[in-house]
Design a protein around this ligand. Structure first.
Ligand code: CMX
Length: 466
């Protein structure tokens, strides 16, 4: 095992602008082996949490109201997730770093692009440190080596009917990959619980490595000629290999994928996909079973499927209103959506109270690379019109756009037109955050999750209602 220097808060970055905006940059230790990093750092974190709980274990952190219990547990402080934190006004921070900071600090694909590598983001989510280029490249190499898919999974995908939604195919394929689970095998052989994290780590790395190929097989079966995706090229990064396996050769599409797969990765612990993965993992279901459960949650229209719903809705708008759309026509169309008891997809959020920085990041990509695209202009016009209408309606607590309001337009520009497929891309990215958390869940020995529930008579009795 290579020697790991103590985690330090050091200013190693040379870019002064970055330093002034970010403040302290936590830089990576020297090892390029992520598992070695964990082996050295997990005992420190275990100790930190043990000491913290010893001192503050019975300190109250909030209260629970009856409305919270009926209201989707909104605002209940009930989970610890190390990888990211979501501020209602500012948006997501991955291990303390905002999206613009990650874009400045994370390693890129060198001469091939400027967007951060999702490999570097994964290192950050797992370790809390900004990786060096060598560390990000080491993750690329590992994922390229772990990418092979067992035949039974490919056979299963090839036999699915074309009317089975891509997300159902994706989830089923991830579940079927559990034949490869090193965690399940080790557990069956009686592994000591102190070693759980090592096997969860192995499964997580394998799972992430295999997802692009699974996703590409689904795409090519449903929307192309069903031919086998090209082989993984060890010289390409995760996103570029994925783009090429899908059949997209434009280098700018690979750049889009690097950005897309980075920003969709994690959104603290309470969202449906992350929370489900964490919950199922707490029963010691292996990472394949846990993450496929999370994927089923992501497939819901109020969560990840909203990126599909946005494009379906915008397409309807175009069909009904034609080319140039006035603000008034758009206003009426939106009100019709609301009056027919539907939500405006891509707007609102359970936690955020401002425009999602993931929306802004995609908008900036569009302004840079496709400023004159007509669909982008329409999405930008919606950004002007929708919030006022949602405010006027007075129901949504957040009238601003979320991540899903913008992703489809970028994919359409590159000719990835199949809207039903969009949530699969979200799912490939979401694996980074969900598995990084699973590794820490097992490293910290978190127990099976089991909150207390009540029936209404019991709750009435509890609060003294007649
Ligand atoms: N359009 C119309 N009504 C909306 C709305 C929207 N975009 N967002 C919220 N509302 C409504 C809710 O349906 C709710 O109505 P009822 O009181 O009739 O039930 C009311 O406003 C209050 O909801 P809220 O507290 O503001 O929002 P929630 O935390 O309950 O729900 C979310 C959050 C995201 C499900 C909701 O804003 C929504 O349905 N948005 C559209 C779907 C969407 O874009 N989802 C993607 C979210 C990001 C992601 O997970 O990927």
């Amino acid at each position: 095992m290579s020697v790991v220097r103590p985690v330090a808060f050091r200013l190693l970055h040379t870019n002064k602008n970055v330093l002034s905006s970010v403040g302290c940059v936590r830089h990576a230790t020297t090892t390029t082996n992520l598992k070695d990093f964990l082996a050295d750092n997990i005992p420190k974190k275990q100790n930190e949490v043990k000491e913290f709980r010893k001192q503050f274990g019975s300190t109250k952190v909030g209260e629970v109201t009856v409305d919270m219990m009926y209201g989707g547990m909104r605002g209940i402080r009930g989970l610890v997730t190390e990888t990211s934190v979501l501020d209602p006004d500012e948006g997501i921070r991955f291990r303390g770093y905002s999206i613009p900071e990650c874009q400045k600090l994370l390693p890129t694909a060198g001469g091939k692009g400027e967007e951060p590598l999702p490999e570097g983001l994964f290192w950050l989510l797992v370790t809390g440190e900004i990786p060096t280029q060598a560390q990000a490249d080491a993750i690329t190499n590992e994922w390229n080596q772990r990418a092979s898919i067992p035949n039974h999974v490919i056979t299963m995908l090839n036999n699915f009917p074309t009317n089975l939604h891509p997300m159902s195919q994706f989830s089923a394929a991830i579940t079927a990959l559990n034949s490869e689970s090193k965690f399940a095998k080790a557990y069956a052989e009686g592994v000591n619980k102190s070693k759980y994290w090592e096997y969860v780590y192995e499964d997580s790395m394998d799972l992430i490595a295999k997802l692009p190929t699974l996703a590409a097989v689904i795409y090519r079966n449903l929307y192309r000629d069903g031919s086998t995706p090209c082989a993984i090229d060890p010289k390409k990064d995760w996103s570029q290999n994925f783009s090429h396996m899908l059949g997209f050769e434009d280098p700018l599409f690979s750049e889009l994928m690097r950005m897309y797969l980075t920003i969709h990765s994690d959104h603290e612990g309470g969202n449906v996909s992350a929370h489900t993965t964490h919950l199922v993992g707490s029963a010691l279901s292996d990472p394949y079973l846990s993450f496929s459960a999370g994927i089923n949650g992501l497939a819901g229209p109020l969560h990840g499927l909203a990126n599909q719903e946005v494009l379906v809705w915008v397409t309807k708008l175009q069909e009904q209103l034609g080319g140039e759309v006035t603000d008034q026509q758009m206003h009426d169309f939106i009100w019709n959506t609301l009056k027919s008891g539907q939500v405006v997809p891509g707007y609102g959020h359970a936690v955020l109270r401002k425009t999602d920085p993931r929306y802004m990041c995609q908008r900036e990509f569009a302004l840079k690379h496709l400023p004159n695209d007509s669909l982008f202009k329409l999405v930008a016009q919606l950004y002007k019109v929708v919030p006022d209408i949602l405010l006027e309606q007075g129901k949504a607590k957040n009238p601003w756009p979320n991540v899903d309001a913008h992703s489809g337009v970028l994919l359409q520009y590159f000719n990835l037109k199949e809207m039903n497929y969009y949530t699969v891309l979200f799912g490939v990215s979401r694996a980074l955050g969900c598995t990084a958390s699973l590794i820490w869940d097992r490293a910290l020995g978190l127990p099976i999750e089991r909150p207390k529930s009540f029936d209404t008579p019991g709750l009435k009795k509890l609060v003294g209602a007649k």
